[in-house]
Design a protein around this ligand. Structure first.
Ligand code: NIG
Ligand code: FE
Length: 419
C-alpha cells in the first residue's frame, strides 16, 4: 500500500530548487528557494508536492487516502544534509596526536615520522571487515542524529590491495544495512605505506596497475581520490593515478593544496576533477582554474579548526564563481567529528559564508560533489524524500545557534528515522 506523509506548515521550507543540473556557484549560492509556511507531501520514498499549505491540502484531497501528518509549525525543513568527503571506515583512534600537536608538532610531520595516516593504517589492517563495519556503523548513527542522510566514504587506510578492498567492502555492507546511503571513493593514494618508503613510485604503480583495476572490476567505488601534497603524492604522481582511475570509470577527486601550495587546484582543473578538497593554500590562479573547469571546491573548515590552521578562502572562491560544498572530513587524525551542523557553523564563522551559502553547500552542492544531484540535495517533486526538520523558525538560526543540535526529525527515503 502507498504510504503518504504530510509535513504540515513549516515556518520555512528551504527547497534549493532549480540546481539539479548544475551546482550553485558564486552568487547563486544565496538563492535557496525559501517557502514561508510551506508544506510537503511524500508518497512512499519520493517527494510528490511542495508548496503552500493551502495547495497541499487540496493535493492531499485529490489523493483520497489516509496520510500520516507531521506538524512542522515552529520548525524549518531542509533537504537531508549530505557529507561529500569522509574517511568513515577505519579502526583505532589518535588522541595522542592531538596532545603532540598542542605541544607544537605539525600534522604532516607526524605522518612523515610514521604516525598519522600510517598509524590508522596499522589499526585498520589489523581489523576484520566486520569490526570495521561495527565501528563505522556507530559513526553513521551519529551522522544521522545530526541530520545527515548521505555520506561519501573514502578508503585509504588499507594501502595494500586486500586491505583497501576490505575497507571498500565494509562501506558496501554499511550502505546495505544502515539508513544512511554511502557513496564510495577509492583512495589507495592516501599515503605511501611504510614498506614502500624508499620506493614511492613502486607504490604508485601498485595503485595504478593492481588496485584501480580490481576496485573498478568489483564495482566498489565511483570516485578515485589522491592526497596530492608535499611529501605525500607529487602533482605528477597524482595526475597519473587520477588518469588511470578515469580509464577505469572512476571519476577524479583530489585532496589539493591542503598544507603546501603545490598546484593541486590547478591539477584538479586539468584532469577535470569533480571536486577539489581542502584548498587551504590554493592560489588565485588555482581558484580561477576551478571556476573555469566547473570543479566543485569541497571545503572542510572543521579540519582547519582541529588542526588550528587558517581555513580556505571561501569568499574569494565565491567571488570567482566557484561552486562550494562543505563537509566534515570525518577521520581519526584531522577531523574526528560527525557533526555537519558544527562544520556549517565553522563555514559561517571562520570562512564568512552566509547562512544561505552554507545551506546550499551542505545540500545541493554536496549532492553534485558526489554525483547524486538528480536524486537528492533539494526539496523538489520527484526527488527522494530525504529531509530534516530543525527546531528553528528561520534558516539563519542554524548558524546563529552554534555547537548545539537543532535536529528535530530526520526522514530518509520517506521514513522517519530520527525523532
Ligand atoms: O582529509 N589530508 C589527508 N587525509 C585526511 C586526514 C586523514 C588522517 O589524518 O587520518 C584529511 O584531512
Ligand atoms: Fe580528507
Amino acid at each position: 500500500m502507498k504510504s503518504v506523509t504530510y509535513i504540515k506548515c513549516a515556518d520555512q521550507v528551504v527547497t534549493m530548487k532549480g540546481a539539479s543540473h548544475l551546482p550553485k556557484k558564486g552568487n547563486e549560492m544565496s538563492e535557496i528557494g525559501v517557502i514561508e509556511n510551506g508544506s510537503i507531501i511524500l508518497e512512499n520514498d519520493k517527494i510528490s508536492f511542495v508548496g503552500s499549505d493551502q495547495e497541499a491540502a487540496q493535493y492531499l484531497e485529490s489523493l483520497n487516502g489516509a496520510a500520516t501528518t507531521i506538524e512542522a509549525s515552529g520548525k524549518i525543513v531542509t533537504p537531508g544534509l549530505i557529507d561529500p568527503h569522509t574517511h568513515l571506515v577505519f579502526a583505532g583512534s589518535r588522541e595522542k596526536e592531538l596532545e603532540m600537536r598542542l605541544q607544537g608538532a605539525k600534522y604532516i610531520d607526524i605522518l612523515k615520522q610514521g604516525g598519522g595516516i600510517l598509524s590508522s593504517t596499522r589499526s585498520t589492517r589489523e581489523a576484520t571487515m566486520e569490526q570495521l563495519v561495527e565501528q563505522a556503523s556507530r559513526r553513521l548513527d551519529r551522522f544521522l542524529q545530526y541530520g545527515v542522510t548521505t555520506v561519501e566514504a573514502k578508503s585509504g587506510y588499507g594501502l595494500t590491495v586486500e586491505d583497501e578492498l576490505k575497507q571498500l567492502r565494509a562501506a558496501k555492507v554499511l550502505n546495505s544495512i544502515h539508513a544512511i546511503d554511502l557513496v564510495s571513493t577509492f583512495m589507495g593514494a592516501h599515503a605511501i605505506p611504510a614498506e614502500y618508503k624508499d620506493n614511492p613510485d613502486a607504490y604508485v604503480n601498485l595503485v595504478i596497475e593492481e588496485m584501480i583495476p580490481v576496485v573498478a572490476r568489483e564495482g566498489l567505488a565511483e570516485f578515485c581520490d589522491v592526497f596530492c601534497e608535499e611529501g605525500v603524492f607529487t602533482v605528477e604522481q597524482s595526475e597519473k593515478i587520477l588518469e588511470a582511475g578515469k580509464r577505469y570509470g572512476l571519476l577524479p577527486k583530489i585532496h589539493a593544496d591542503e598544507i603546501v601550495r603545490i598546484g593541486g587546484a590547478e591539477l584538479a582543473a586539468k584532469v577535470g576533477a569533480v571536486s577539489a578538497e581542502h584548498l587551504l593554500q590554493a592560489s588565485d590562479e588555482g581558484i580561477q582554474a576551478l571556476a573555469e573547469s566547473g570543479t566543485i571546491a569541497v571545503l572542510l573548515p572543521g579540519t582547519a579548526f582541529f588542526l588550528m590552521e587558517k581555513p580556505a578562502r571561501a569568499r574569494a572562491m565565491i567571488d570567482a564563481g566557484v561552486a562550494i560544498a562543505i563537509s566534515t572530513d570525518c577521520n581519526p587524525g584531522s577531523s574526528p567529528t560527525q557533526s555537519m551542523p558544527f562544520v556549517m557553523n565553522a563555514a559561517c564563522l571562520m570562512m564568512k559564508m552566509t547562512p544561505a551559502e552554507v545551506l546550499a553547500s551542505a545540500t545541493i552542492n554536496a549532492a553534485h560533489a558526489i554525483g547524486l544531484a538528480d536524486r537528492i540535495g533539494s526539496i523538489e517533486v520527484g526527488k527522494t524524500a530525504d529531509l530534516v526538520l530543525f527546531q528553528a523558525s528561520n534558516y539563519q538560526t542554524l548558524q546563529y545557534n552554534f555547537a548545539v543540535n537543532l535536529v528535530d526529525t530526520v526522514i530518509k527515503n520517506g521514513k522517519v528515522v530520527v525523532q
